[in-house]
Ligand binder design. Structure first.
Ligand code: FES
Length: 84
């Protein structure tokens, strides 16, 4: 099981963490990955000024914008799911 942790601290919230989470959720359903991926929220990951922070397994990504969430999912998350 791969864990995706999305920062829901106030700064990331303002920058669209809800939208990022919704996009990931939609794509997890679409790609039938619900039994391979879990999504959790976390508080501030110390990169507030950069956009939404997301941790996938052990890797931390910073500065994810809602409009980039789908591209990010296919580029970073899907390959990590496959590797897990
Ligand atoms: S609020 Fe998300 S990194 Fe600080």
């Amino acid at each position: 099981m791969l864990t995706i942790t999305i920062c829901v601290g106030s700064s990331c919230h303002v920058r669209g963490s809800d939208e990022v989470a919704e996009t990931f959720d939609k794509l997890i359903q679409k790609e039938n990955l619900a039994d391979k991926v879990e999504m959790v929220g976390a508080f501030c990951m110390d990169a507030c000024s950069m956009g939404v922070s997301v941790r996938v397994g052990d890797k931390i990504f910073r500065g994810i914008r809602p409009e980039d969430a789908e591209t990010f999912f296919y580029k970073e998350i899907k390959s990590l799911v496959a590797a897990n």
